[in-house]
Design a protein around this ligand. Structure first.
Ligand SMILES: CC(C)(COP(=O)(O)OP(=O)(O)OC[C@H]1O[C@@H](n2cnc3c(N)ncnc32)[C@H](O)[C@@H]1OP(=O)(O)O)[C@@H](O)C(=O)NCCC(=O)NCCS
Length: 144
């Protein structure tokens, strides 16, 4: 059975099995900082093993940004990601904006929870990019 918990403690080392496929996964120091710096952490555990988690940052009143949603590959497509998102949306109920960034092919997944596409701007540090092009590291972005 999967147990979900809001603001559970995560040890940085528990994130070692996540970020699969990332060219440059976060270091242990970054993992520690992102855990400490998140305003909301929701965990999914199976027999106490972390199998999924969601992090978000927020001003505590109007705006929330869901920064990471990750489910172990072995546990995907079992409803865990959906459950984490539903819990986060419920947690921030009444906020003016709940925002997340995702790949275009996952848009349909998030629409199920009420998310709409928006126009947005961002700066991404390409060292964390999935499937980087040969331009990575030269300060060039997509299409350049
Ligand atoms: C996206 C993710 C969080 C979904 O978690 P999950 O527990 O597998 O999700 P659920 O079981 O609740 O729902 C599964 C649905 O997610 C959607 N989905 C998952 N991965 C997808 C992908 N790569 N492309 C498109 N849709 C995807 C599908 O609609 C899928 O439906 P299906 O099971 O009928 O195929 C999980 O696949 C994951 O951790 N992926 C790697 C990290 C990532 O991409 N995080 C999201 C960044 S915003």
């Amino acid at each position: 059975m999967i147990e979900y918990k809001i603001n559970d403690d995560i040890k940085p080392g528990e994130l070692d099995n996540f970020f699969q496929g990332w060219k440059s996964p976060p270091s242990i120091e970054i993992k520690e900082k992102l855990i400490d710096g998140s305003d909301l952490i929701i965990t999914a555990r199976e027999n106490s093993m972390l199998v999924g988690f969601l992090t978000a940052i927020s001003d505590g009143a109007m705006h929330a940004f869901i920064s990471l949603v990750e489910v172990l590959e072995t546990h995907q497509s079992k409803g865990i990601g959906s459950h984490l998102i539903e819990r986060a949306v419920d947690y921030f109920k009444g906020y003016y904006d709940i925002v997340l960034m995702t790949d275009k092919d996952k848009g349909a997944f998030y629409k199920k929870f009420g998310f709409d596409e928006i126009y947005g701007m961002h700066i991404r540090d390409f060292k964390y990019r999935l499937n980087p092009s040969p331009l990575v590291g030269e300060g060039k972005g997509e299409g350049e």
